[in-house]
Design a binder for this molecule. Structure first.
Ligand SMILES: Cc1ncc(COP(=O)(O)O)c(C=O)c1O
Length: 397
């Protein structure tokens, strides 16, 4: 079944005699038990969908967990209050004092900040590897390495790594892998089957982006196929008191059926605008996995079959412009708003200082020029293009 259909025709069973497009919404902190025998028989730390207390979930929680697991090709899902909380949950569930975690050099920034902060406070070290050089990952793995994070493409600079090569290295050394699958959204590729019998152990998804689709909900998920890993994750989830409000869950359930169509619309518009921008004299380089010459383009083509690419890209404005001019470009845009995140209806723009976000590991191709990241929303492409033209004219002429 195509994902588009799957997101609409799910296995939810409404109460007898009732049927409608949207499932029921169940909210609770207290959950009643019919008698003391059942109360004693339901354990908080059991894996199944046991109704014990609101933090462990209601039928609405379990429904979204089931739908996200089937979307991403996993078996178990845990919901958390944000994408960053999902990254935190994985780290806290599997890492112990003395372990090391490896992060790609182009990782989502706050993941690195977490590693340098709380993880290091708990005696867990981290190191970065060059996501575009599998040999560098192999070299960085030490006896202390317990977990390797993967991201495709990398944040902001958009390099698409050779996931099969990176995964093979980790599997051959028995090291756990967690993939930030936010960009792929469960639509571009299956994180658990990158190749037959080769996939990540854990998929993390910032549902804040495409599953929410509104720019108004923060949520994350942690998905796995592995029973033992799920047990570790679920216990950590419970002990840390993670919980997601049912109103937010309902918002995501309402948005999911349109996600595949929205993803395609964001993708089509982003490719049109990036193609047009690549012809502009002001633009040195377009960083978008579907563009030939963009780092890792062949890896993207092999995995996503030229089909799916989300609505994100970055460009490098020529070095001859000043940072003040690039800021003026961003400030002059009308429909593109200055703001973080992506996957919502409104197009967003953020100028980044590559040296500040990448520290010592700035690729040569990004040493000159000014990087601006675009998240393309659902506005008409022609309007967005007119907006870009007027802002470039105001800033660069
Ligand atoms: C790749 C990636 N992962 C995770 C996150 C974190 O998601 P959230 O904003 O829900 O914490 C983001 C947010 O921008 C992201 O871009």
């Amino acid at each position: 079944m195509d994902k588009t259909t799957q997101l609409i025709h799910h296995p939810y069973q409404p109460p007898e005699g009732y049927s409608a497009p949207q499932p029921g919404v169940f909210k609770a902190s207290t959950i009643f038990f019919p008698n003391t025998k059942v109360m004693r028989a339901r354990y908080f730390d059991e894996l199944g969908h046991q109704y014990t207390y609101g933090t462990k979930g209601t039928p609405t929680t379990f429904l979204l967990e089931e739908r996200l697991s089937s979307l991403e090709g996993g078996k178990y899902c845990s919901l958390v209050p944000s994408g960053l909380a999902a990254i935190t949950l994985v780290n806290f569930a599997v890492l112990r004092a003395g372990d090391e975690v490896l992060l790609p050099s182009n990782v989502y920034g706050p993941s690195k900040v977490l590693a340098g902060g709380e993880l290091s406070h708990f005696g867990i070290s981290f190191a970065s590897y060059d996501a575009m050089n599998p040999q560098d990952l192999a070299d960085k793995i030490s006896p202390k390495t317990k977990l390797v994070w993967l991201e495709a493409p990398g944040s902001i600079t958009m390099e698409f790594p050779d996931l099969p090569a990176l995964l093979k290295i980790c599997k051959s050394k028995g090291i756990l892998t967690a993939l930030d699958n936010t960009w792929g959204a469960g639509l571009a590729f299956n994180p658990f089957e990158i190749e037959p019998n080769l996939g990540a152990d854990i998929s993390v998804h910032a549902l804040t982006k495409y599953p929410s689709g509104g720019g108004d909900v923060l949520m994350g998920s942690v998905i796995t196929r592995d029973d033992a890993l799920f047990k570790l994750i679920k216990l950590c989830h419970m002990r840390m008191g993670y919980h997601v409000g049912v109103d937010d869950i309902q918002s995501v359930l309402r948005s999911l059926p349109s996600m595949a169509l929205r993803y395609k619309a964001h993708d089509d518009a982003a490719r049109q605008l990036a193609t047009w921008l690549s012809t502009r004299a002001e633009v040195l380089q377009v960083l978008h996995p579907a563009f030939e010459g963009s780092p890792g383009h062949d890896n993207w083509k092999a995995l996503c079959k030229t089909d799916k690419a989300a609505g994100l890209f970055s460009i490098m404005f020529a070095a001859k412009y000043s940072s003040a001019q690039v800021d003026k470009f961003c400030d002059t845009l009308k429909y593109f708003k200055l703001g973080y995140s992506w996957g919502g209806p409104v197009s967003l723009v953020v100028p980044y200082d590559v040296k500040a976000i990448r520290g010592g590991s700035v690729p040569n191709t990004l040493k000159n020029g000014h990087l601006v990241r675009f998240s393309i929303g659902l506005e008409a492409v022609e309007d967005l293009q007119v907006d870009l033209v007027q802002a470039m004219t105001a800033a660069f002429q």
